[in-house]
Design a binder for this molecule. Structure first.
Ligand SMILES: Cc1cc2nc3c(=O)[nH]c(=O)nc-3n(C[C@H](O)[C@H](O)[C@H](O)COP(=O)(O)OP(=O)(O)OC[C@H]3O[C@@H](n4cnc5c(N)ncnc54)[C@H](O)[C@@H]3O)c2cc1C
Length: 359
């Protein structure tokens, strides 16, 4: 049986960043991915994700700042542009925006508060809610390019990248290592890092007694700009539903809602079908707040999201198992630092972030 220092389950962004960070520490690592790398069935696919620093909780602002410096490092390593700092606009009620500003101020993040008419003057293609804040340090991450770059960096470090290896079962052997059983083969690893995203509940059933994350199928639509030269900032509009918008170069302007999708009990219940009612809500929203868009969507996509009970990420270790669960529909931003924490736990058993421990 092949043996490894560390086996990472899941080839999404968290699995790849974790594998990379662990391999950098000289460990023999394998990544087990049930589908092909870069598949469209999880959370990490798609051309672009928003990177922002505007969180209501100052701890997350700090974490996003720390992640940003690691993003710059990984770009240098891979010699490819992965993150573009083209600014982020948040708008909503005055109290919501003031909370975001306060949290950013705590960590010295430059931001500019605008009223509705000032914002409209700057971005005539948009309509705004009561209060607006722009932080130039936000931006977008080229997510597909990130997965490709990390895959290459892992291979360069000798990580074994195994696709179509679904871990069906895992248990401890007599030496205290873990055996991972797939359909046709088994492997052995001293430490396992679970980065199974929305599959975490199913993967760890009977292995570790932890609260199952809530899983939903989310969706977003792509629109085109009426004015091809218009500037589309990255946007979060905090309302009853929080809507986001980002331009994915060459694809269109992506608009979707946070936690607007349907919760599913088991991941097999996911159907990849666009919910027409939600699509209508997104189109209505775009028509009202994004008059610079042609309101007829050109394409759409589904994406699976997972949410912990208390809203925090999970990065913790129990025995020889490290558990990473960091979606909350905002986890890509933090992925390099989450990967570092997973590597700390896998190699040194260091609990660097008490906040992210399992309940
Ligand atoms: C609609 C939507 C929009 C988002 N927008 C943003 C954004 O703008 N900014 C941002 O920062 N974040 C955003 N996010 C969040 C971000 O996409 C996620 O936090 C991140 O992609 C999670 O990565 P992951 O590696 O944990 O999960 P995944 O990418 O789902 O990877 C998990 C992997 O584990 C594999 N796997 C599972 N079980 C097994 C098994 N038993 N054996 C082998 N392999 C297994 C799966 O096949 C999968 O490839 C968004 C999320 C959604 C859903």
């Amino acid at each position: 049986m092949d043996t490894y220092d560390v086996a990472v389950i899941g080839g999404g962004v968290h699995g790849l960043f974790s594998a990379y960070a662990i391999a950098l520490r000289g460990k023999k690592v394998i990544v087990c991915e049930q589908f092909e790398f870069g598949h469209l069935r999880g959370s990490s696919h798609g051309p672009a994700k928003i990177h922002h620093l505007s969180f209501p909780d100052p701890d997350y602002v700090k974490l996003a700042m720390n992640a940003l410096s690691l993003w710059q490092k990984i770009e240098d390593e891979a010699q490819v542009d992965l993150i573009e700092t083209n600014g982020c606009v948040d708008h909503g009620s005055a109290s919501t925006i003031s909370t975001l500003v306060k949290a950013m101020d705590t960590h010295g993040i430059a931001s500019e508060v605008l009223d509705r008419s000032e914002a409209k003057y700057r971005w005539p293609n948009l309509e705004f809610d009561e209060s607006v804040v722009f932080h130039p340090g936000g931006g977008r991450i080229y997510s597909r390019a990130t997965l490709t770059a990390l895959h290459g960096l892992c291979i360069n470090l000798g990580v074994e990248m195994r696709e179509f290896f679904e871990v069906k079962n895992m248990f401890d052997d007599r030496d205290g290592a873990k055996i991972l059983e797939g359909e046709r083969e088994s492997i052995k690893a001293s430490v396992v890092v679970s980065c199974a995203g929305a599959w975490t509940g199913e993967l760890l059933e009977g292995v570790l007694d932890i609260p199952k994350p809530k899983v939903s199928q989310e969706q977003y639509l792509y629109f085109t700009s009426r004015d091809p030269g218009a500037i589309w900032p990255n946007i979060y509009h905090h309302g009853e539903v929080t809507y986001y918008c980002k331009e994915a170069p060459g694809v269109g302007i992506q608009v979707g809602g946070v936690r607007q999708g349907t919760y599913i009990e088991r991941i097999e219940d996911r159907d990849f079908v666009i919910d027409p009612l939600v699509a209508i809500q997104v189109c209505d929203y775009a028509e009202k707040f994004m008059p610079g868009l042609d309101p007829h969507p050109t394409s759409s996509e589904t994406c699976i999201a997972s949410f912990s009970k208390n809203g925090d990420f999970i990065v913790d270790r129990v025995g020889n198992l490290v558990v990473v669960q960091a979606c909350q529909q905002m986890g890509f931003t933090f992925s390099p630092i989450i990967g570092k924490y997973a590597a700390d736990l896998a190699t040194e058993s260091q609990f660097s972030q008490l906040r992210f421990r399992l309940p």
